[in-house]
Write a protein that binds this ligand. Structure first.
Ligand SMILES: [Fe+2]
Length: 303
């Protein structure tokens, strides 16, 4: 990329130095660059140089900012004043969403034929096939990573405390079920809380990026791969155990699982059965979560 910028700089410097010399040259001096003959020669020379540069620029995609670099730069801007529970402004969210909406698997060096996506026999001790996580970047403000799911791969129901999260399905078909907490609802017990269903649908790429927020948009979600699929995730801010933002996993139960017939508080909710559920905290490492890390080998993310 750098070597392509140099010719442009050279051309600009060349043009600029010629402009600076213009006033000093005597048009009557045949050796002057401003003599009619030399003027024409110079014009032809400049034209040739610029045309050569233009041709080179067009022919070489290395000069263009890659999609993943654009994503990284936009994340830096969008999350620059971020922090726990801080939602970026509407225009910043839109800016990042537009970048993600048009991203394709090849932008991050992925194809569905890669080993990560092949249906493998599920190990006996696991309920779903292994998922691969490719780490692209992490700083205090945001993280970028890709989950590679073979068919039937599941990322169990989990939360994103105080985060804004952008998820872009790069290819494949994936079922998403997501919830938000019901504010002010009584807790069934210290680990079981009432949630409302936000999304229960299947997405097929190409599709737009989806966004969740600290308090809504489906902050708790589960991904189930209907086919092999890849999901690009941007988290702002990232998980951070010391700061209390760790990933909690849940099981979801229908409302009547814990709701006694005479529970007045939930009687109204009962009428909307199906739109609400009990989410119960699980152990930190649920047995159906099987994510392995792998080296990201796509286009460079940062300088
Ligand atoms: Fe997630």
């Amino acid at each position: 990329m750098g070597f392509e910028m140099k010719p442009e700089k050279d051309v600009l410097e060349f043009m600029s130095s010629k402009n600076q010399c213009k006033a000093k040259n005597n048009p009557n001096n045949p050796s002057s660059v401003n003599s009619p003959n030399n003027k024409n020669k110079m014009k032809r020379k400049n034209k040739k140089t610029v045309m050569a540069w233009r041709r080179k620029k067009t022919d070489s995609p290395a000069d263009e900012t890659t999609a993943v670099r654009r994503l990284f730069n936009t994340c830096k801007e969008v999350f620059s004043n971020g922090g726990p529970g801080v939602v970026p402004s509407e225009d910043k969210i839109q800016q990042l969403q537009e970048i993600l909406d048009i991203m394709k698997p090849e932008d991050v060096g992925l194809t569905p034929t890669m080993p990560y996506f092949q249906p493998n026999a599920v190990p006996e001790n696991l309920s779903s096939p292994p998922i691969t996580y490719l780490h692209l970047h992490q700083c205090d403000q945001f993280s970028i990573g890709i989950f590679c799911l073979p068919p039937s791969g599941v990322i169990p129901l989990h939360n994103h405390p105080e985060m804004t999260v952008f998820s872009k399905l790069l290819f494949g078909t994936m079922h998403i079920k997501s919830y938000d907490w019901v504010v002010d609802a009584p807790m069934r017990d210290p680990k079981t809380r009432l949630a409302k269903l936000k999304m229960d649908s299947t997405l097929t790429a190409p599709c737009n990026a989806s966004i969740l927020y600290p308090e809504d948009g489906g902050n708790m979600h589960r991904f189930t791969a209907k086919t092999a699929c890849a999901v690009l995730d941007v988290l702002g801010p990232p998980y951070c155990n010391p700061e209390g933002r760790h990933c909690t996993y849940f099981l979801d139960f229908p409302l009547d699982k814990f709701s006694p017939e005479d529970d007045d508080v939930l009687r109204g909710e009962e009428e909307r059965k199906g739109h609400h559920a009990w989410l119960q905290e699980r152990d930190d490492n649920p047995e159906d979560l099987n994510v392995v890390g792998a080296l990201y080998r796509g286009p460079k993310v940062e300088d």
